[in-house]
Design a protein around this ligand. Structure first.
Ligand SMILES: [Zn+2]
Length: 322
């Protein structure tokens, strides 16, 4: 599987044509995260009901391209408004105060039950536009936002995240019994879980945020990339490589522009992508995607067409005969 993540508001004729001729076989819609993640997810849920989305999904289907959805879901799954009635559902910070800003308490049965119920609802609201039955309902990615209550303090941030994912998966399976859920290994959760074992249906999604994209992961002498490789190898001792998926940043123009407008020209290194993809395949990972945010029409106006075809070719994707 070779894919790309784009923002829902960029979907349109321009991206449809790019995707159809690229040879990529998966596109994921990625509403923006951060403090307003629940709002941008709600906008996605409204968007997928529109004729515009249905036309897009149908064109992708006709070209054998799976349409998936990847987003930070915690604040939608556990609405922050519940804080006044159920403060113990939410995380305790290091000074012992409950906070409703991000994530939640992984030891609160009430919170876990709510996650399960809302995950079932969320799953039912997303049209089934991929045969892979893969779901990406991520926890919040803000550093140091795990729970420090007496029960959770025994658990690493990765253990806490995996507990949340187990309950989210149970909810998903109420709506789609074939559903599988990503454990997003990124920032706080890049270390393997220690005391919690992944249940069947959880697969690894590895997003190497702290690396250099100027040189391949396997470049000798690159300390950052060697660190990312070690993290991935440790994760693969827990999660099977055959089911794992990589979420790269090779095409993430929002990140290369430091998430600030005006966006610059994408720093594109096809040889790095080619060598990284070969390394991931060598490890046994065959599902590879990258963020591809802000490479749409606006980008084309400023810098010419984004190198989506070249990205797909670097992954080894074969474009359809025209
Ligand atoms: Zn807790």
């Amino acid at each position: 599987m070779n894919g790309i993540l784009i923002h829902p508001h960029e979907v349109g004729e321009y991206w449809c044509s790019l995707l159809e001729r690229s040879g990529l076989d998966c596109v994921a819609l990625h509403p923006v995260g951060g403090k307003l993640a629940h709002q941008s997810l709600q906008e996605l849920l409204d968007y997928v009901k529109t004729p515009e989305f249905k036309a897009f999904a149908s064109r992708m289907h006709a070209h054998g391209i799976q349409v998936e959805y990847e987003f930070h879901a915690l604040s939608w799954l556990l609405p922050r408004e519940e804080f006044s009635r159920h403060p113990h559902w939410f995380r305790m910070d290091e000074s012992g105060v409950r906070q409703c800003d991000f994530n939640c308490c992984a030891s609160s049965q009430g919170a876990l039950q709510m996650l399960e119920e809302r995950a079932a609802l969320l799953c039912s609201l997303l049209p089934r536009t991929s045969v892979r039955n893969r779901y990406f309902f991520w926890v919040d990615d803000i550093p140091n936002t795990s729970c420090h209550c007496p029960e959770c303090s025994r658990l690493s941030p990765s253990d806490q995240a995996l507990i949340l994912y187990h309950h989210i998966l149970r909810g998903i399976r109420r709506s789609n019994p074939e559903g599988q859920l990503a454990y997003l290994a990124y920032e706080n959760t890049v270390q393997p879980p220690k005391t919690v074992t992944p249940e069947p249906g959880i697969f690894l999604e590895f997003a190497p945020f702290h690396r250099s994209w100027e040189v391949p992961l396997t470049q000798e002498g690159c300390i950052e990339n060697a660190g990312a490789v070690r993290q991935l190898q440790a994760l693969l001792e827990i999660f099977p490589a055959q089911q794992a998926q990589v979420l790269e940043y090779w095409m993430d123009n929002s990140m290369f522009s430091n998430w600030q407008r005006p966006y610059g020209r994408l720093s594109f290194h096809p040889e790095v992508i080619r060598r990284d993809a070969a390394f991931y395949h060598w490890l046994g990972i065959n599902a590879i995607t990258s963020f591809g945010c802000y490479l749409g029409e606006e980008y084309a106006r400023d810098y010419g067409p984004a190198p989506v075809d070249e990205y797909a070719a670097a992954l080894g994707a074969v474009p359809p005969a025209l």
